[in-house]
Design a protein around this ligand. Structure first.
Ligand code: GTP
Length: 889
């Protein structure tokens, strides 16, 4: 008979609360506690193709950890993670919420208190998974439209579990996210789910892991199929050499373990397969880990004699090495409650703590660096030695000196409006500690705001905490400005209205390129009285997802909402109408073309002189515009300030626009001299920010057809004495800048009409050999696309930086047989080869509704992913057709 396998909390992890520290030691003590908390923390995400079972698996994880009392069911729409009604209706996960739980489960009273367990100095004999850890599970969206959203959540992960559907195998979207997470060097393990389904093919899936994800699968579990129908009942645990049998129909807590000896009597074949798998596992580890070779020799070359702990430590070493070449593979069926607890053990045992991660990249004064480089230079740099650091720019030198005042640095990785609690800002702290009440400086928005309340989010509970320390994930409530993706810093001596000096105000954590919006829709409140609510809801929506863009046409008052995909906008629409109950008419979802001016203007000055909010207000702005001539523009959507000289400032704006501001009387390096030129209530950074906001608003709506303007250089001549008066406010500067640039664009368009640019996509299509011809034919003739490669390695999916990843021969991969898979005769290389990949550039217009067409062409098997490759000038005939079609509508 087998023994029960229990996941119960262990007494060792209880924190000793009653130790009194002498007062002066307190801060080091707290630091130590924070460090051990982080060492016992896993910040992980689940990456998976839509429908692979991410939500189902998450639910089980929360249930077994003791944080929920019943298993939520996705199909009934009662799950914890997918908490937005719009998600429930669609059954897909779109919001990246983060949930904390403990694994193994912690004692009931410590359940919701952050704790710092006492970890042993080494793990040579103890498994990490024998001690309760904090798991911060960050939800990543699975749909192709949300790739950017995935990227955004990926950058705060320390490790990931990739869930594969054991019937469908490795799917296009998984491949894409896998590659992206590889770019961030995120260690990953794989869970092959849905092995209970008819047609489940573990072996085929493992081979696909090798061929499509470019790593050597290390099979840590094999499926246990029983009876004539091949019922999936449990797994063979290759690490610990045992069979694990889940009670049929139970909640999954009742698991029996059978030793190889016991199995030898009941299921001889299965016992033999476990041994085979163990040999393969030791072999593959030995190829990549010298310590494993030593263990192997120490145990007289007996693969079975090596201890489970040694295998786990070896797996951990190879998983944490970048690039990751070995991919541990686990098996289960979370819907049947099979396999989830060992998967959680693997999360703790194999994935890294925040301390085991590479130093996070930052950008500061538009230069790339890493956070610890910045922090450690602060420790050594003394102002007097600055001269020696002059190979860096002066701004960076200043930042280094100022970095000693940087008390904390965090990334707001997700903003969610919770109907009950208001706007929740999920943060990951990278250095220092954010304490309750701290003043946070937002380097993206150049504003300060106080953090009134800090929370730790558990599945069933939000618990208030006093601080969120480095390596931790938590929630700040009550913030009015912070948006998804913003960098927040705590800075010694910062005043609410102040700006951190010396370049720290430009610090960005793990900056990413925001793809340009290529679809838009119009929004019109039902009535004037609804307008305020619609505006407020849109405001929250944009804080949640800054990849949505809002622009208002000054004359018609019409509002446009732009996004990255049609589904992206559909979700935003549902969010607005259903979740926020906004009363508005939402127009058709259309393609977001760009306009480009064809000639330049002389400087034009707009003088604003009118009462704003009851006060007389004045501002003047002198602007000129000129086209930047490139035929294809490459997307890049972040506003980046380039501080090139003391008296000039350049902004690289979205859509390949540039803003060049000359401020001859205002030196960036001598703010004391400004008082001679500008009224005391204005500051140079504030003025520049207002000009940029006004110019961006003007560029968002072109004069030709109301599309955003691209490829344009705007020059602003700022004569501080003439243009900035006592009655000048930041709002007035923005309005004047918008008006000056708006008029310049109109006059240039009157002189010579602008041209339209259309979004062109890089499309990667996966099809079976049989449909290849038809799909290529359709793309290149009917859709006007250009096929770039077939099965090429230069595609965006397996992109250039992965060249060092191995090309893997599926015949060299160990897999157990697939006795019940349909088409199991055609295993391995045959199947892998029959899957073909087409990479093509296709105008977005021709890709609308493509999925259905592709399904029809491929008997439902084809899939594709696409990203914006650029905007291209259209031929005059094509432009006319597009414009005619728009007018008709
Ligand atoms: N047979 C079987 N079905 C499963 C299993 N796991 C999940 N499912 C089903 O697969 C469907 C999708 O599961 P979800 O958990 O919603 O998948 P998801 O990956 O979260 O999907 P999105 O939220 O849309 O990204 C649901 O109908 C589940 O009941 C499994 O182990 N076996």
């Amino acid at each position: 008979m087998g023994m029960g396998v229990g996941w119960v909390w262990c007494a060792r992890c209880v924190v000793r609360h009653n130790v009194k520290a002498p007062r002066r030691l307190l801060s080091t003590q707290t630091q130590l506690q924070a460090d051990s908390l982080s060492r016992a923390t896993r910040n992980i995400g689940i990456i998976a193709h839509i429908d692979a079972g991410k939500t189902t698996t998450t639910e089980r994880m929360l249930y077994y950890s003791g944080h929920t009392r019943r298993i939520g069911d996705v199909d009934e729409g009662s799950t914890v993670t997918d908490f937005l009604p719009a998600e429930r209706a669609r059954g897909i996960t779109i919001q990246s919420a983060a949930i904390t739980f403990h694994w193994p489960p912690s004692p009931p009273n410590a359940q919701t208190q952050p704790q710092s367990p006492q970890l042993p100095p080494t793990f040579d004999t103890t498994l990490r998974s024998s001690i309760s850890h904090n798991i911060n599970l960050i939800d990543t969206p699975g749909h192709a439209d949300f790739t950017f959203e995935v990227l955004r959540s990926l950058r705060v992960l320390d490790g990931a579990v990739c869930i594969l559907d054991g019937v469908a195998g490795v799917e296009a979207q998984t491949e894409k996210v896998w590659t992206q997470s590889g770019h961030y060097h995120i260690p990953r393990i794989i869970f092959v789910n849905k092995l209970d389904r008819a047609g489940a093919a573990f072996s085929r899936t493992v081979k696909e892991i090798g061929t499509r994800l470019h790593g050597w699968p290390a099979v840590c579990q094999i499926p246990w199929w029983q009876g004539n129908n091949g019922d999936f009942v449990g797994v063979g645990d290759i690490v610990n050499l045992r069979g694990m049998l889940w009670q049929v129909g139970g909640d999954g807590r009742d698991i029996q373990a059978f030793s190889l000896e016991e199995l030898g009597e009941s299921d001889q074949k299965f016992a033999e397969e476990i041994k085979k798998a163990r040999i393969a596992l030791v072999e593959i580890l030995s190829e990549h880990d010298d310590a494993m070779v030593e263990h192997f020799l120490d145990h007289d070359e007996d693969h079975l004699a090596i201890s489970g702990t040694q295998i786990v430590e070896s797996l951990r070493r190879v998983v944490l090495r970048a690039p990751q070449v070995i991919i541990p593979v686990f098996a289960g069926a979370s819907f049947r409650n099979i396999g989830v607890q060992p998967l959680l053990d693997a999360v703790v045992d194999l994935l890294p703590s925040p301390f085991e991660r590479p130093d996070p990249e930052i950008s500061i004064s538009n230069q790339s660096s890493t956070l610890s480089a910045l922090l450690s230079s602060a420790a050594v740099a003394k102002p007097g030695k600055l001269a020696r650091k002059q190979q860096q720019t002066q701004d960076q030198g200043l930042a280094i000196v100022e970095a000693k005042n940087l008390l904390a640095c965090a990334l707001a990785f997700k903003v969610v409006n919770d109907p009950k609690r208001g706007v929740l800002v999920y943060v990951r702290v990278y250095s220092g500690s954010i304490d309750k009440g701290a003043t946070l400086y937002n380097t993206n928005l150049a504003v300060s705001e106080r953090a009134p309340r800090l929370l730790k989010m558990y599945a069933n509970d939000a618990v208030e905490v006093d601080s969120i320390t480095a390596g931790q994930i938590g929630v700040i409530t009550g913030l009015k400005h912070a948006r998804t993706g913003d960098t927040l810093i705590v800075y010694r001596g910062l005043q609410m209205k102040g700006t951190p000096s010396g370049g720290l105000n430009t610090l960005q954590l793990r900056p990413i390129n925001v793809p340009p919006p290529v679809f838009f829709t119009s929004i019109e409140p039902h009535s004037l009285s609804e307008q305020k609510h619609v505006q407020e809801s849109l405001g929250i929506l944009l804080r949640e997802d800054p990849s949505l863009h809002l622009s208002v046409d000054e004359e018609s008052g019409q509002t446009h909402l732009a996004g990255m995909g049609d589904l992206h906008l559909e979700i935003a629409r549902d969010r607005l109408l259903i979740d926020f109950k906004a009363k508005a008419r939402i127009g058709r979802i259309e393609i977001g073309y760009r306009e480009m001016i064809s000639t330049s203007t002389a400087p034009y000055t707009y003088d604003l002189d009118k009462p704003i909010a009851g006060k007389p207000t004045k501002a003047s702005i002198t602007a000129s515009v000129e086209p930047i001539d490139v035929s294809i523009i490459v997307p890049g959507q972040e506003e980046i300030q380039v501080e090139d000289g003391a008296f000039e400032t350049t902004y690289n704006l979205p859509d390949n626009n540039t803003l060049y501001i000359l401020h001859p009387n205002l030196s960036r390096h001598d703010s004391a001299s400004h008082k001679n030129y500008i009224p005391p209530h204005l500051s140079l950074p504030g003025i520049l920010h207002s000009i940029q906001a006004g110019v961006s608003a003007a560029l968002a709506r072109g004069p030709f057809n109301g599309f955003p303007v691209a490829n344009t250089r705007v020059t602003i001549d700022l004569d501080a004495q003439a243009h900035l008066l006592p009655e000048t406010t930041p709002t007035a500067i923005s309005m004047a800048a918008r008006a000056a640039v708006g008029s310049s664009l109109r006059s240039v368009n009157d002189a010579a009409p602008s041209a339209l640019l259309e979004p062109v996509m890089m499309v990667t299509i996966f099809v079976n050999e049989g449909s290849l011809g038809a799909v290529v034919q359709d793309i290149s003739s009917a859709r006007g696309g250009q096929v770039l490669s077939l099965d090429g390695s230069d595609s965006p999916v397996s992109s250039t930086s992965d060249d060092d990843l191995p090309r893997i021969d599926p015949n060299l991969i160990y897999t157990p047989p697939d006795p019940f898979a349909s088409g199991s005769g055609d295993m391995g290389s045959g199947l892998a080869n029959s899957q073909r990949q087409i990479v093509a550039r296709v105008p977005l217009k021709e890709m609308v509704g493509y999925l259905n067409h592709l399904r029809a062409l491929t008997g439902g098997r084809g899939t594709f992913v696409m990203t914006v490759d650029g905007f291209e000038k259209m031929g005059s005939q094509r432009q006319k057709e597009v414009l005619d079609a728009m007018r008709e509508f």
